[in-house]
Design a protein around this ligand. Structure first.
Ligand code: GUN
Length: 291
C-alpha cells in the first residue's frame, strides 16, 4: 500500500471530543442540546444505527429522545409526533430514520420537520439553502466527507472532483459542498458513459453508489484522494464501494471501510445538533462544525 490512510475513526473521535466540550459549556449556561430520533419499523440495519446514535448522543452530554413506532403506524400518527417534537423546546434536532415503510410519503414526513431542527439537512428548505450558498443544515455524510477532504488536502479549489452516485442523501449534497469549495465537480451515475476514463481524470473521487468494490484500482489517477462512502455487507464482511486493496496502491490518500467515512456521519449528526441548539438560543455557530 502506498496511499495515506485517512483515519475517519480517529478524526471523528476528536470531533466528538470538541462537541462534548461545547456541550459542557452550553450546559453551564443552562442549555442542554437534545436530539430526537424516530424509528418506524424493525429494519435491522436501522436499529443498529439508531442505537449507536442514541449512545453517542448521551456520551457527548446531550439529551437523547428515542421514539420507536410499529411498521404499520399510520402516516398521520408519525406526522403528529413530528409536530409534537417541533414544538418541544427540549428538542433541538429531529431525525426520522430512513427508509420509512412503503405506505409513507418520505418527502412529506421530512418536510414536516421544522427546517431549524432538521439535523439531517433533508428538508427542502435546507436543500435549497445549501444549493444557493445560504446558511443551512448540511447532510451528515457529505459534511463528514468534506471535513476529511479539507483535513487531507487543505484547499479543494480548482481540483477535479468526481462524485459517483446521485442520491439526495449523499451524491447531490456532496457535489454542492465541493462546488462551494471551488472544486470542478462532475456527478456520475448509472447512465454515465466511460466512467473508468472519467474517473482517471479526477483528483478527488467520492464513491457513493452502494455496490461492493464498484470502483476499480485502475480507475484511480495516481495520487488522487479517494473517499469511500459505501458500506456493503458481503461474505467477506463490510466492504466499501472501492476496491481498496487495488486502489490503495495508486491513490495518494484513501478512506478505509470500516473506519473511514462511517464514524464521521454520527459525529456530524451531533455537530449539527449542537449547531441547531446554538442557533435556537441566539448563540454563534460553534467553530469548525459547519462548512
Ligand atoms: N438512513 C441511512 N442514512 C440515513 C441518514 O443519514 N439519515 C436518516 N434519517 N436516515 C438514514
Amino acid at each position: 500500500m502506498t496511499a495515506t490512510l485517512i483515519d475517519g475513526k480517529s478524526f471523528a473521535a476528536g470531533l466528538r471530543q470538541r462537541i462534548a466540550e461545547h456541550t459542557a459549556a452550553m450546559k453551564e449556561r443552562g442549555i442542554t442540546p437534545g436530539l430526537a430520533v424516530v424509528l418506524v419499523g424493525e429494519d435491522p440495519a436501522s436499529q443498529v444505527y439508531v442505537r449507536s446514535k442514541g449512545k453517542q448522543t448521551r456520551e457527548t452530554g446531550m439529551n437523547s429522545f428515542e421514539h420507536r413506532l410499529p411498521a404499520d403506524t399510520p402516516e398521520a400518527e408519525l406526522l403528529a409526533l413530528v409536530g409534537q417534537l417541533n414544538e418541544d423546546p427540549a428538542v433541538n434536532g429531529i431525525l426520522v430514520q430512513l427508509p420509512l415503510p412503503g405506505h409513507m410519503d418520505e418527502a412529506a414526513v421530512i418536510n414536516a420537520i421544522r427546517p431549524e431542527k432538521d439535523v439531517d439537512g433533508f428538508h427542502i428548505l435546507n436543500v435549497g439553502r445549501l444549493a444557493t450558498g445560504q446558511k443551512a443544515m448540511v447532510p451528515c455524510t457529505p459534511l463528514g466527507s468534506l471535513m476529511l477532504l479539507r483535513d487531507q488536502l487543505g484547499s479543494l479549489s480548482g481540483k477535479n472532483a468526481l462524485v459517483i452516485g446521485r442520491s439526495n442523501i449523499v451524491g447531490k449534497p456532496m457535489a454542492q459542498l465541493l462546488l462551494r469549495d471551488s472544486a470542478t465537480v462532475t456527478i456520475a451515475h448509472s447512465r454515465t458513459c466511460d466512467l473508468p476514463d472519467l474517473c482517471r481524470t479526477a483528483d478527488i473521487v467520492i464513491a457513493a453508489v452502494g455496490r461492493a468494490h464498484f470502483v476499480k484500482g485502475d480507475w484511480i489517477k495516481p495520487g488522487a484522494t479517494v473517499i469511500d462512502v459505501g458500506i456493503n455487507r458481503t461474505d467477506d464482511g463490510l466492504v466499501g464501494d472501492v476496491d481498496f486493496a487495488a486502489a490503495s496502491q495508486v491513490a495518494g490518500a484513501i478512506t478505509p471501510v470500516p473506519g473511514g467515512v462511517g464514524p464521521m456521519t454520527i459525529a456530524c449528526l451531533l455537530a449539527n445538533t449542537l449547531t441547531a441548539t446554538a442557533r435556537a438560543n441566539g448563540l454563534p455557530d460553534p467553530e469548525g462544525l459547519t462548512p
